[in-house]
Ligand binder design. Structure first.
Ligand code: ARG
Length: 473
């Protein structure tokens, strides 16, 4: 049965589906504007429709709707989805949110059958179902992008095979490492991000649908049925908890924040590396911008924005934490404000990843420039100290002795390799020419042995295992 739009009482703002006969006045226009969420929650339309179709099918399996009624609901919701996708659907602010816009469109088209859809559910379980489905999709897309980023880093290991970089602590030259060791450090960080997202997805992928407003329902629904149809792994078990729970958004926002922070640190590093002062890397020009006044400038704006855009992501986590602080059970309207920060966090991180992947692939290490200054900063001093330790000198003593040797070399303006053997013998008369085998960055790198270190054999095995893990060719 179809009702003409002219009979649609919901075009007046006092007739939203959520305003029952209990009201004796229409909603104030200011409240309507203040409380609407359709301007942003319309992004949930696919999830909302999927949830409604699953709910209608379950109601029909339970004999609460007839199969024909469920068919009609499913067909009409499919048309509504197509209209929204093609931009033809008119969203109405007076219908407040995505749930009521879609439900009212359904009622406008199929009348009383549409009015039965909301049986045994509430917008409180509906909105949480929609958000869980939306975030689940977002997590799956982010995971794929993070994997691509890892592939880009692992791909660099072959490109930069054998290159040695100075590694830093306190942004002061510390010890030499293979470039591949550097790239795999980022593969590890983004793996933890992926693992965190996967872990968060487990708790998120439980179905709240059917917990209704806060206490469940006296209608004979089958929650397993809807959960299975929507690809959930299980059910949220307490209806009060269900109606109020937004932990899955907090966790996701935290995961997104760590990704943003990792990207920001990497971006900062490459901004430094691309300066004349470092001169370690050249960035692909498709990912650089110019200056309107200084013709020589080739700026790393994408990296700067990646660093800057971590702010709104971490801000989203803060917003969600504060939003959910001090809310009594169960649903409170505050929770409507959970969507924008979540959308901002997901959109921002996705945008950063989209540019980071080609940047990591397209940048080139300036090997000659790196090589030219590699022996500056006594990167081999720690390995030399370990050489003394292996000769039986206690670590604290060896540390002190090498410190004075560094001081002497600094005074002479030379490297440790350039010191005469007699300077080493002054520390320990037993030292012979073999000391030079651990000096210089190449020798120092080759001397590493421990698991997790930059030892060339270990790094090579790590590169191999990452390639297998990422199905890298
Ligand atoms: N637009 C609302 C939200 O996003 C839907 C739930 C409304 N529930 C209610 N009891 N008013 O949270």
């Amino acid at each position: 049965m179809t009702e003409k739009p002219s009979q649609n009482s919901a075009s007046r703002s006092d007739a939203s589906p959520s305003r029952s006969g209990a009201f004796d006045a229409a909603v104030d226009q200011r409240v309507q504007r203040f409380s609407e969420s359709i301007s942003f929650d319309r992004r949930l339309f696919r999830q909302d429709i999927a949830g409604s179709i699953a709910h209608a099918r379950m109601l029909s399996d339970q004999g609460i709707l007839t199969a024909e009624e469920a068919d009609s609901i499913e067909r009409t919701l499919g048309q509504i989805r197509d209209e929204i996708e093609s931009g033809q659907f008119v969203f109405r602010e007076e219908l407040e949110d995505i749930h009521m816009n879609i439900e009212q469109a359904l009622i406008d088209r199929i009348g009383d059958v549409g009015r039965k859809l909301h049986t045994g559910r509430s917008r409180n379980d509906q909105v949480s179902t929609d958000m869980r489905l939306w975030v689940r999709d977002a997590i799956d897309q982010l995971d794929a992008a993070l994997e691509d980023l890892q592939r880009a880093f692992v791909g660099r290991c072959d490109l930069d095979r054998g290159v040695i970089l100075p590694a830093y602590t306190h942004l002061q030259r510390a010890q030499p490492v293979l470039a591949a060791h550097y790239w795999l450090a980022y593969a590890e960080k983004f793996q933890r991000d992926r693992d965190r997202l996967a872990d968060c997805r487990k708790r998120l992928n439980l179905c709240p649908l059917g917990t209704a407003a806060l206490a469940g329902t006296s209608i004979d629904i089958d929650r397993e049925n809807t959960a299975n149809r929507l690809g959930f792994d299980g059910l949220v078990e307490n209806s009060l908890d269900s109606s109020s729970d937004r932990d899955y958004l907090l966790e996701t926002a935290f995961c997104l924040s760590t990704i943003a922070i990792h990207l920001s640190g990497w971006a900062e590093e490459w901004i430094l590396w691309s300066t004349v002062e470092f001169d370690f890397i050249s960035l692909p020009h498709e990912f650089c911008t110019g200056s309107s006044i200084m013709p020589q400038k080739i700026n790393p704006d994408v990296l700067e924005l990646t660093r800057g855009k971590s702010a709104p992501v971490v801000g989203s986590l803060q917003t969600l934490l504060l939003l959910t602080k001090g809310l009594p059970l169960a649903y409170n309207r505050d929770l409507q404000e959970d969507k924008r920060p979540m959308f901002v966090a997901v959109d921002t991180v996705s945008g950063c990843l989209e540019c980071a992947i080609p940047l990591v692939k397209g940048a080139r290490l300036k090997v000659d420039s790196i090589q030219r200054r590699l022996e500056k900063g006594f990167l081999d001093a720690t390995t030399l100290m370990e050489y003394l330790i292996k000769r039986g000198i206690p670590q604290r003593k060896a540390h002190h002795l090498i410190g004075s040797l560094v001081k002497a070399a600094t005074g002479k303006g030379c490297t440790l390799t350039e010191l005469p053997l007699s300077d080493f013998r002054a520390l320990d008369p037993g030292i012979d020419e073999s000391v030079f085998d651990v000096l210089g960055c190449e020798n120092a790198v080759a001397a590493f042995q421990s698991f997790g270190s930059t030892a060339p054999a270990y790094v090579a095995s790590q590169v191999k295992s990452w390639k297998t893990r990422l199905n890298h060719v």
